[in-house]
Design a protein around this ligand. Structure first.
Ligand code: SF4
Length: 372
């Protein structure tokens, strides 16, 4: 028998797995089916862009593609999480477009004028389980946030150390197994076991030391393109193929648990360049760039969707920093018309330039030593 509610939600990197798990743990399974979303493909963005206004940024278009795919699989409840930039104004438009296409569904948006709190979130999601107790909702919510935090910690560790693995692909295998295991977590004790299991596995991976000639690249910029690899043409994997050491700051853990507390620190770090917070992750982009320079990174890649105003505002400041601190910064903008060949060519050229710069610096240092 067909369930009363079939729930679809958009994809963002691997986070769709703990989100699916959380929803599945709180719904009334007699009444509701939660759809595991399809991973993003070319078709997702093509379908999303077809029905979206040209001027909106690509996260809107990707989400529309996700919603269309969910509706095709039978979804009649769609969830949108809102956002701290103009994304927060998008949900009404998304709902209207999908309804104008003839679809009948309930649209749950987490956006609230006076801000979302746990009680409001509970009330919104109660439609999926009228008997859901508030205490159980809080328990599962806490479990989901803790799962995301642990997943982010593991993924950050693997990204930072990917090219230090002595045996190739060990992290890939661990990650695949880890993502499957997340689906089995529905209690705190299972989460603790999960954490212990993967701490042990990650510790067993043999790593070499960082060499002076390793090229270190930091990625800064807009959150969706930072966290959804398809939208940035898998830029991290591409850089890792060049055996670079790669760092990025933006994760869901950072956004929901750390960003609020880090605001003062961010503004202090960026204070020579900005006086006010200009929205979304723009100031973070400036502060993180300065931090990467302090940590002797060789180059920085700034990524953003076409038309993303907070990141467009950050760009002239980054250009100034690049000139003043003599640090190469490459700017990449993504939309549905960007091609992977163009991105790959630019990454290759950027890497070659950083390598030549680094080799030249070492040659100069050696030469200075000879004449000392
Ligand atoms: S941060 Fe920029 S690209 Fe991302 S949703 Fe907001 S405006 Fe769009």
């Amino acid at each position: 028998m067909r369930k009363k509610y079939i729930v679809g939600f958009p994809v963002l990197g691997n986070y769709y797995i703990p989100i699916y798990n959380f929803l599945n743990n709180i719904v009334d399974k007699e009444l509701v089916e939660v759809l595991m979303p399809n991973k993003i493909t070319d078709e997702t963005i093509v379908n999303g862009a077809k029905v979206s206004p040209d001027f909106v940024c690509v996260p809107f278009k990707y989400n529309m593609g996700n919603y269309i795919e969910a509706i095709e699989k039978g979804a009649n409840v769609l969830i949108q999480a809102g956002g701290g930039c103009r994304y927060g104004y998008y949900f009404e438009l998304q709902e209207q477009i999908l309804k104008d296409m003839g679809n009948d569904f309930i649209f749950i948006s987490f956006l609230e004028e006076e801000g979302l709190n746990i009680k409001k979130l509970y009330n919104k999601l109660k439609i999926l389980n009228p008997n859901l107790r508030f205490s159980e909702f809080c328990y599962q919510g806490g479990l989901a946030v803790s799962t995301v935090k642990i997943m982010d910690d593991f993924e950050t560790y693997m990204r930072n150390n990917y090219n230090l693995q002595i045996n190739e692909n060990e992290f890939d295998k661990i990650e695949e197994e880890m993502l499957n295991d997340i689906l089995k977590i529905n209690t705190l004790s299972k989460l603790v076991k999960f954490k212990n299991k993967y701490v042990k596995k990650l510790k067993q991976v043999n790593l070499r030391k960082i060499n002076n000639d390793d090229i270190k690249i930091g990625i800064v910029g807009e959150l969706f393109t930072s966290m959804e690899p398809f939208s940035s043409f898998f830029i991290e994997k591409e850089l890792l193929n060049y055996k670079c050491i790669v760092k990025r700051y933006t994760t869901v853990t950072y956004l929901i648990l750390q960003k609020g507390f880090a605001k003062k620190k961010v503004m202090k770090k960026a204070s020579g360049y900005i006086d006010y917070h200009f929205g979304a992750d723009g100031p973070e982009t400036i502060a993180h760039t300065l931090e990467l320079i302090d940590k002797n990174y060789d180059g920085i890649i700034h990524i953003k969707p076409f038309g993303c105003s907070p990141e467009i505002n950050a760009m002239p400041i980054l250009q100034k920093i690049s000139r003043e601190k003599n640090i190469p910064i490459m700017y990449l903008t993504f939309d549905e018309q960007t091609t992977s060949t163009g991105i790959k060519t630019r990454i290759e050229a950027f890497y070659d330039m950083l390598k030549m710069k680094k080799d030249q610096n070492y040659a100069n240092i050696k030469e200075e030593k000879v004449y000392e």
